[in-house]
Design a protein around this ligand. Structure first.
Ligand code: PGA
Length: 258
């Protein structure tokens, strides 16, 4: 587990984009796990810039999104299908048939979830997974109490998440109560993970994830069990960490490391 603390949101976004680009340079047909929400917007903006100015190529890339609201059609402006199209896919040369996003409108969720898991496996697993973190410590929509071995399934959102996400809707009443989400177990199988967090409202969740016990009460803490996870944080999101000095010491010593 690596913890990098930067001065600004822009810097963590750029650093994450450099890692994604490095993955695509070394494996042009890489499988990326993608997240929605405010957090990865800076990363997607930088990837679009790299595509336009530096010819970063998405033509052979496959993507799997973490989650979707149940009940929202793809065209709904708050659906994660719409979000991904608007904020990344329509700006890069990704092939439509290589894009996987959980369906919020299937008539058989159980079968869809099993199919989604199978597709990830069929594509060879996720090479690099991008994550945000909820203020309640969730990754994807794996709310507190989610099994740390969970797979793609329907999950009921917490009131906290509904309140957090109400800013994107006209009112909290309009936020769907159910989501379809990759499980914690699914996420942990990604070969490499980057969790991005910015802002003081994430500080408690970030501290729980990195320095707290591994617990389903903060599903991001399961990343402590993963062998290649990077936490990219701005100063505010890192505000409740106790070992900050050590994380910075590690970074300063990295160039000389044997
Ligand atoms: P945010 O959401 O990026 O909009 O803060 C993160 C999350 O809920 O995982």
């Amino acid at each position: 587990m690596e913890v990098i603390i930067q001065d600004s949101y822009e810097e963590i976004s750029r650093q994450a984009a450099r890692i994604v680009a490095r993955t695509l340079y070394s494996k042009p047909n890489a499988v990326l796990g993608l997240a929605t929400g405010s957090t990865p917007l800076g990363l997607y903006k930088e990837l679009i810039r790299m595509h336009k100015e530096e010819a970063l190529d998405f033509s052979r890339v496959t993507t799997f999104n973490l989650d979707e609201y149940v009940g929202l059609r793809k065209q709904h402006t708050q659906s994660y299908h719409y979000f991904m199209h608007e904020n990344l896919f329509k700006h890069v040369n990704i092939s439509q048939q290589n894009i996987y996003i959980p369906s919020g409108t299937t008539n058989n969720y159980q079968a869809f979830c099993a199919w989604y898991e199978q597709q990830i496996e069929k594509c060879g697993g996720i090479d690099l997974q991008i994550l945000g973190i909820g203020s309640d410590g969730h990754v994807a929509f794996n709310e507190p109490g989610s099994s740390l071995g969970s797979r793609t399934r329907i999950k009921t959102l917490t009131k906290q998440t509904i309140e957090d996400n109400a800013r994107f809707f006209d009112s909290a009443d309009e936020v769907p109560v159910y989501s379809i989400t990759m499980g914690v177990g699914t996420i942990l199988e990604a070969r490499q993970i980057i969790l991005l967090a910015n802002g003081a409202n994430k500080a408690k969740a970030v501290a729980g994830a990195i320095e707290g016990p591994v617990t389903s009460m903060c599903t991001a803490s399961a990343l402590q069990m993963h062998r290649d996870t990077l936490f990219l944080l701005d100063q505010e999101a890192a505000g409740d960490l106790k070992m900050t000095e050590y994380y910075q010491w590690i970074q300063s010593k990295m160039p000389d490391s044997p």
